[in-house]
Design a protein around this ligand. Structure first.
Ligand code: PLP
Length: 496
């Protein structure tokens, strides 16, 4: 398997090189030159396998330069006891034809774990394979979920270290505690006096600072990015689409070969893009339903072909989807415009210069054959949490509820009753207060008390890691000015 770039279709790199580099030198994203095919026979076999065996099939089809035994070892480490329950990605049934794929049974209670538990291993493997003698320093800016998932994934992984920056006062209490209590000799988190944009800009500037890069080099380190455009985050996400399908076949909910829909709460377009890759590999899929919150730039794009990021930014109940520039959409554009790197590059240049671009009707049609998109505001999201609980006694978080609401609209408008899987991206306990509010409860309580209330209401118990959060010692107490982020990196490296 070779990869190419969305902005230069002549480029060729190995999977390991793509994972190590993160982004192509031409500014494009790495994409496979072709999609490996998975036959119905293989899907039938997958029905009898566990998540790890399914992951091995899909990952080895993409990561052909990784030794099979090594890859197997990585998978065992990544999808082990840190996930609660029998499977890292179980499917719950609401009623015949309606299912929920739960991607939040990992250490941070959100779907980023599905990829970030594996990525550190893929990265160190790539580094070894390519004979690099430098250790990887991961810097990340986070608005909440990614930071902790990356810290948990990289904790005590040899030859790596990770420093996460988050906006001081800009993340939820549970999210902050998750980061500042993270164990591991090679991890740290730092609050920045500024908002998320300041934090992200600070990290980008450090990545681009030659003096800083040289300084690191001399000490045996190299900057690496773990963000969602890394190919090593995309491939692990393809696995759970196949796994959900295999589960439905195994439980006789569908016959192997029957099409299904997937509904995906979307921000940066990474999760849903992995679903599209699964479809291209042969997974029988009818529609991918793309669900946005009030930051509805994607549903507008799918409706009229105009991508316009110049608009008001809304802070919503589903913060991990508060995004105006969906980076991974670039990978879809590459596929639907006939793999023409120059065209993609022109659109992305326009996006950078004017904040918008438009695609022609042929491209729009291609997208509509595969996707359906809509959005829900905070009021509809809360209502959806209430509806799902009333109708199915199923408790969902606000991100998942955006998907639930959009699926209701999809059914009403299209009449499509194909079996459908709603992809659930976070545990309701990660957003206790908002979920309790949606169920009609009011008043002032601590996070822990809200969690208790939810347990009494639903019978659902939060994972141990959640209650533990409020008792663990705080390890990372640092706060810095946004001008002092470089210094924070140097201090961190010196402490390693
Ligand atoms: C990151 C995230 C999303 C959005 O996923 P994308 O791959 O960026 O589209 C949705 N829900 C939760 C809880 C997340 O953490």
């Amino acid at each position: 398997m070779k990869l190419t770039s969305t902005r230069d279709a002549a480029a060729r790199v190995t999977p390991a090189a793509a994972i190590l580099r993160g982004i192509s030198p031409d500014g494009g994203l790495f994409v496979p030159t072709e999609f490996p095919a998975v036959s119905l026979k293989e899907m039938r076999e997958m029905a009898g396998e566990d998540y790890r065996a399914r992951a091995m099939r899909i990952l080895s089809a993409f990561l052909t330069d990784y030794d099979e035994k090594t890859l197997k070892g990585y998978i065992e480490k990544a999808y082990g006891a840190q996930f609660d329950g029998d499977s890292p990605a179980p499917v719950s049934k609401l009623e015949n034809g309606k299912y929920v794929l739960e991607l939040w049974h990992g250490p941070t209670m959100a779907f980023k774990d599905m990829a970030l538990q594996l990525l550190p291993h893929l990265l160190t493997g790539a580094s070894k394979m390519l004979g690099s003698h430098q250790r990887s320093l991961i810097l990340a800016a986070t608005s909440g979920d990614t930071g902790k998932a990356a810290m948990a994934g990289f904790a005590d992984v040899p030859d790596t270290a990770i420093l996460v920056f988050y906006p001081h006062g800009g993340v939820s209490e549970a999210q902050r505690l998750q980061m500042v209590t993270q164990r591991g000799g090679n991890v740290s988190a730092m609050a920045v006096e500024g908002n998320f944009d300041d934090t992200q800009t600070g990290v980008k500037n450090i990545f681009g600072d030659k003096d800083m890069t040289d300084w690191l080099h001399e000490r045996g380190w190299r900057f690496t990015s773990a963000n969602s455009i890394n190919f090593g985050r995309l491939v692990p996400q393809v696995v759970y689409y196949f796994s959900a399908y295999a589960d439905l076949v195994q439980k006789d909910e569908i016959r192997c070969g029957d099409p299904v829909n997937f509904v995906v709460p979307t921000g940066n377009f990474g999760n849903i893009l992995a679903g599209y890759y699964a479809k291209r590999m042969g997974l029988p899929m009818n529609r991918l339903v793309c669900a946005s919150n009030s930051n509805n730039v994607l549903s507008e794009f799918f409706a009229d072909g105009h991508y316009n990021s110049h608009r008001e930014f809304h802070k919503t109940l589903s913060p991990s989807m508060d995004i105006l520039i969906s980076s991974n959409l670039e990978r879809l554009l590459f596929e639907v415009c006939g793999r023409d790197g120059e065209t993609v590059k022109a659109w992305m240049d326009q996006l950078k210069q004017k904040g918008s671009y438009a695609v022609p009707g042929t491209v729009q049609n291609h997208i509509r054959e595969n996707f359906w998109a809509a959005w829900a505001d905070d009021g509809m999201t809360s209502e959806a949490i209430g509806d799902a609980f009333k109708q199915y006694h199923y408790l969902m978080d606000p991100h998942t509820a955006v998907g639930y609401r959009v699926y209701q609209d999809y059914r009403d408008i299209t009449g499509d009753d194909t079996a459908t899987v709603l992809v659930s991206t976070a545990s309701p306990f990660k957003f206790c207060k908002d979920v309790a509010h949606a169920l009609g409860e009011r008043g002032e309580r601590s996070d822990l008390e809200w969690a208790k209330w939810l347990t009494e209401k639903s019978g659902l118990v939060p994972p141990e890691s959640f209650s533990e959060l409020y008792e663990l010692p705080v390890r990372h107490k640092g706060v810095c000015e946004k001008e002092a982020m470089e210094e924070a990196v140097q201090n961190f490296v010196a402490s390693l």
